[in-house]
Design a protein around this ligand. Sequence first.
Ligand code: BG6
Length: 478
Amino acid sequence: TPVPEFDFVLFGATGDLATRKLLPSLVRREAEGVLPPRGRIICVGRRPVGTEEFVKQALRPAADLDEATLDRFRSRVRYLAMDVTDPRGHAELAALLGDTPAVRVFFLAVGPNLFAPICARLAEAGSVTPASRVVLEKPIGHDLASSREINDAVGRAFAEEQVYRIDHYLGKETVQNLMVLRFANTLFERPWSAADIDHVQITCAETLGVEGRGDYYEHSGALRDMVQNHMLQLLCLVAMEPPTALEKDSVRDEKLKVLKAIRPIQDGAVQAVTVRGQYGPGAIDGAPVGGYLADIGAAESDTETFVALKAEIRNFRWSGVPFYLRTGKRLPSRCSEIIVSFKPPRHSIFPDAAGTPAANQLVIRLQPDEGISQLTTMKAPGSGRMVLMPASLRLSFGEDGGRVPEAYERLLTDVIRGDATLFMRRDEVEASWRWVEPILEGWRAQGQRPLRYAAGTWGPSAAIALIERDGRSWHETE
Ligand code: BG6
């Protein structure tokens, strides 16, 4: 479906997310000719700069694009400096928006404490039309109660169908491909259960530290920052039952069922199946880097920058299959992947063969080098005795399919089109918080402080022990 006429209002337009991801993604969409001739982009920020200056900055990362594209984009943009909690600014915005039936998107790339006031002011100023949508960036609260409060407040200005809760992982090419892989291929969906799968691993590793985001991160930590949203969403897509259609509520209903089926980790289990870590000084790619405390300029902190945990899904399909999750900052490589590890064949007819047979593994690589590979066991070529060897079948999207788009490119136009399939519904966000909360509570109650790991290593050794205790090991990323 073509993108309809729109007014896209970007709050937090001079912020990190807008500058690094949102504006560049809109420019890419412009270059692809996806945006309709009438579509305004109204950028709202606190900083008093003129539109021209703002656009110049915004287009810096797009310097490789042709002049015609840049011109078209420039003519859409208008910068509005205002205090987003002040009715006067909102009156000005309302006047600028005018009275049009065009789709109206309010993208809130601001802290969650501003979600409620912005929505209230938008409604008071009469800016919310039936064709309006609001996009909320994470974090939607810091626990169940605060996320409910935000959802209630947003719900006073917008109907649930108008609320788009973004999780940019759902816009990643390989994540969408996961659904195609599972549900368009007999080969994969048949053995997709405890009968044939031994365990699943999900790793989201970053080499970056906390960068300039200490203020936010100190109140968040890795569990809230990555697990509550991105990693649970990935787990849902791996584990959910086939939705009846690729349609928003079918998909979201199935994800919700998974979230409700994950066994709560609480009380004594918290210490047994979760590991918290915090990076200390170390080296990334041979270059020395400081520790978390130095990065945030504090003498001490209880915030985790690494989490590993073992989850279980209590349902017919997955009973007995552990899902190991780990994520961290300042790990040795930037790599996000899902590994589905299959059980060995029930009976081996090659007991005397040399070599190492590999357990079948499906490696779904989200980044970098988006692609899917399948680890199989093959016969080593040669006419001597039977030798088994691991062999990998690979499909790389980067090489085969051209440029891999940024997650936001797809999601932003989905909002304008009104397709909420890749966005989270209120009950999903709340179910995720409900699952995460007892872990936070357990850490607090037991005074489980983060274990120190050196930057550039795979987290505290307890994370390795967590999986090795079960006779398994973390997949070695390439
Ligand atoms: C964000 C987190 O949601 O995701 C960041 O707040 C993290 O801390 C980022 O770095 C990771 O996203 P990506 O797309 O780089 O894997």
